[in-house]
Structure formats: C-alpha cells, structure tokens
Ligand binder design. Structure first.
Ligand SMILES: Cc1cc2nc3c(=O)[nH]c(=O)nc-3n(C[C@H](O)[C@H](O)[C@H](O)COP(=O)(O)OP(=O)(O)OC[C@H]3O[C@@H](n4cnc5c(N)ncnc54)[C@H](O)[C@@H]3O)c2cc1C
Length: 402
C-alpha cells in the first residue's frame, strides 16, 4: 500500500493529464504544471491514438471524448512512387465494442484530455515552467521560472521530448537525436482520392514520403516526411512561410503517381503549413531517481513513424499510477515501472527507426526497398509483434509486485 499522497506532474500534454487521472483513480492527489500559459496550438497537425492508447484511456474512463473527436483508421495501405501496391496492415484488432485506432487533431487530443482531468477536479496550473527540482529526505521541491515553488512526495516529468526533468535526474542524459527527416501536414477537401474512407494510404515517393487519411466526409488529412540530412538550426524551419513550403512540397512529389500534388495544391489554409524536425530520444541509462521519474516522450520519444508516441505516453501514466498505488517505496515503484515499460517502448522505437531509414534512401536503396517491401509486409504486417503493439491491455485490478 502506498505512502505517497501528493505528486507534482510536470507537463500538461498527453502523458501529464493521463497520469494525473490514473493517480487520482489510485487515490493519489496531483497537480499538473504546464509551461505554456495558453492551450496547445496545432503544431504536428494530427496523430493516431492506436487501440492500445484508446484501451489505456478506457482504463481511466477517458476514452469517449477522444473517440468522438477523431475518426476510425484501422487500415494502412503502402504504395511505391509508381502507384504499385506494396501491401497493407491493420492498426490492431478492434476493441470488444468495435472501437479501432482513431485519428485526431493533436490540439483536440490535448484539449480533451486536459478538460477531462479538470472536470475531475485535477488542478492544471498554466504558465509554470519547471526550471529546477531538489529531492529532500521525504519529498521533492519544484522551482518554476516565475520564482514560485511547490512541494510533493514525488515529481513526475511528463515534460516532453526536451524534458527538463530528464536532465535533473541524469545530467549526462543524451539529448534527443535528429533522424534526418522533417515533417509537415495539412487538411484538404474537394480532391477525389481512390482510397476508402477511414483508412490511411502511404507512399514511398521518389524523393520523399507521403501519407494521408480519408475521413467519412471524404476530407483528406495528409502529411509528408522530407529528407534533410543536416539538422535544421533553431528558427530555420520557422523562418520559411507556408506558401513556400507548399511550393517546395509540390517539387518533392511532382514525379510520383498518386494524389499528393493535388492534395498539397488544394490545401486549406496553406499559409499555416509549418515543418518540424523529427527527433527521437535514445535509450536512456535511467528513467528515475529516488523521488523523480520521467514518462512519455521525456523518457522514450519514438518518431511519428511508429504512430505510438501518444498511446505509449498514456499507457505510461496508467502503469506508473499502478506502481505507485501498490509499492510503498517510490524508488521501488519507479524501478518497477521502468522494468515493466522499457522492453515494450524500446522494441517499438527500434522498428520505427528502421522504417525511417527507408523513407529517403536514394534511387538504388528505393529500388531495393520497393522490391522487398511486399515480402516484408507479408511477413510482418499483422505479425505477432505488430499485434502486440496494439493489443496491449493494462489490467487495473492486477497488483504490481516489485
Ligand atoms: C509531427 C508529429 C506527428 C506525430 N504523430 C503521432 C501519431 O500518429 N501517433 C502517436 O501516438 N504519436 C504521434 N506523435 C508523437 C506524440 O505527439 C507524442 O509522443 C506525445 O505528444 C507525447 O506526449 P507527452 O505528454 O509525453 O509530451 P508532449 O505532448 O510533448 O507534452 C509535454 C508537455 O510538457 C510541457 N513542458 C515542457 N517543458 C516543461 C517544463 N519545463 N515545465 C512545465 N511544462 C513543460 C510542454 O509545453 C507540453 O505541453 C507525433 C509527434 C509529432 C511531432
């Protein structure tokens, strides 16, 4: 039985509010501290919450809003630049009530998950950027950029890929690694595509990777991963305006078969197009100290290719709450949490990284990739590894043992 009464949760993205709701279910009070004063903007455009993420939200009774805001996307088809079908896969079997993986705007996901936490009486303090934290004999003291402080029994770093808590736990932790790709996406209506509603179509183009999902209304949400070997300097991508991105994207996909160019040209609000570098967090030496732990992207950011970052972050929050509920000593709870989670997240990151390497391999690499992908897809799509990603279920009632 836990001795932990109060947790300080740093970060009000996906992992933070999910963890706070799970902690509440476990009888532990928490306050969420979010650096930004206003709700999240639309950076990253949209993402998929896979069935395992929906299932984890369901464990804490907060899946309904996300399902209502998104649309089902249970299937992915892969093509080459000439339009040839390279194979397909499912994003997991449907949950018992028929719910499948959902694609949702990133800003909607943030808003829904935060509102749900607030509606349960969880305090989310905005404009609180953590700058330091000190462990004491029986707790932890957090220091914020505005000079205020807060104390609790434990501190949970859900502060994303550029985590401050990660460096407080281990000052030698490696920084996030740039993967050689930049990402951007947009929304288009009125362009007919030969893809069924509620599914993804993805293409290894001659020069870059393109993917889109089709809504029941036939609106299309698309994204592109562009090769860029050298990591962009701070501010470099932001300095390029949306119309210039639109022009460059057309150049990237003009020699490919498929609707990419039409979708890009007809993008609603092209001025809003913005690119972000794709980064991941390498395997860290440790995720915790005596009183502090990191979860979500702070501990193990996969690249967007995995389609699992948000789902793994939600799972983390639920599993951590169980560990803190059942194990009296926080260090033991954190150690057990890390042991339970590491093999799963690191396996998913490894597979996503190998797919990233295939997104921009050059002409010879592309030919090899296109020749072998159908065989690999046959062997791996819907394989037991793929299904284990999506079928993961957290049994809330089952006790955690150290
Ligand atoms: C382009 C793109 C596409 C993606 N596609 C998918 C997808 O299809 N499926 C999927 O599952 N995932 C996807 N992801 C990944 C997913 O968005 C992340 O894995 C997920 O948001 C991680 O949640 P988190 O709560 O750990 O971190 P975040 O969502 O980044 O939240 C961290 C929060 O902490 C706050 N914060 C940071 N520092 C501090 C501080 N010092 N003090 C206080 N607060 C702080 C931040 O402001 C932020 O609100 C994608 C990501 C990108 C960039």
């Amino acid at each position: 039985m836990t001795a932990i009464r109060k947790a300080l949760v740093i970060g009000g993205g996906v992992a933070g509010p999910a963890a706070a709701m799970a902690l509440q279910k476990a009888g532990i009070e928490s306050v969420v501290y979010e650096a930004y004063p206003n709700p999240a903007d639309d950076v990253g455009v949209f993402l998929t919450v896979a069935t395992n993420g929906i299932d984890a939200l369901r464990t804490i009774g907060s899946d309904e809003g996300v399902v209502a805001a998104g649309f089902p996307t249970p299937k992915i088809t892969l093509r080459n630049s000439g339009g040839k079908n390279l194979g397909g896969t499912n994003t997991g079997a449907a949950l018992p009530d028929g719910t499948t993986s959902q694609t949702v705007r990133r800003s909607d996901l943030y808003r829904i998950i935060q509102d749900e936490a607030i509606s349960r009486g969880i305090q989310i303090e905005r404009g609180k950027r953590l700058v330091d934290a000190k462990e004491t004999a029986d707790g932890v003291r957090a220091v914020f950029a505005d000079g205020t402080e807060a104390t609790g029994d434990v501190l949970i770093g859900a502060d994303g890929i550029d985590s401050t808590v990660r460096n407080l736990i281990d000052p030698s932790a490696p920084p996030p690694k740039y993967t050689g790709l930049i990402n951007l996406g947009g929304y288009t209506s009125g362009v007919p595509v030969d893809t069924e509603s509620c599914s993804y179509s993805m293409m290894f183009g001659k020069r870059a990777f393109f993917g889109y999902a089709v809504l029941p209304s036939r609106e299309v949400w698309w994204y592109a991963s562009l090769p860029r070997p050298v990591e962009p300097k701070k501010g470099e991508l932001e300095a390029i305006d949306g119309l210039e991105w639109q022009r460059r994207l057309v150049g990237f996909f003009q020699h490919d078969t498929g609707p990419a160019v039409q979708l890009i040209k007809a993008t609603r609000d092209p001025e809003a197009l913005r690119a972000t570098p794709t980064r991941s967090v390498p395997n860290l030496r440790t995720w915790h100290s005596n009183r502090m732990v990191i979860i979500g992207d702070a501990a193990h950011a996969p690249t967007p290719t995995s389609g699992q970052g948000a789902s793994l972050s939600i799972e983390d929050g639920v599993v951590l709450a169980k560990c803190l509920r059942d194990l009296a000593d926080p260090r033991q709870a954190f150690g057990t949490f890390e042991k339970l989670r590491r093999p799963r997240v690191e396996a998913i990151i490894k597979v996503a990284n190998s797919i990233n390497n295939n997104k921009a391999p050059g002409p010879i690499g592309s030919a090899i990739r296109d020749a072998f992908t159908p065989i690999i897809m046959k062997l791996t799509a819907n394989s037991s590894f793929m299904m284990r990603q999506y079928d993961y279920h957290i049994d809330w009632e089952e006790a955690v043992r150290a």
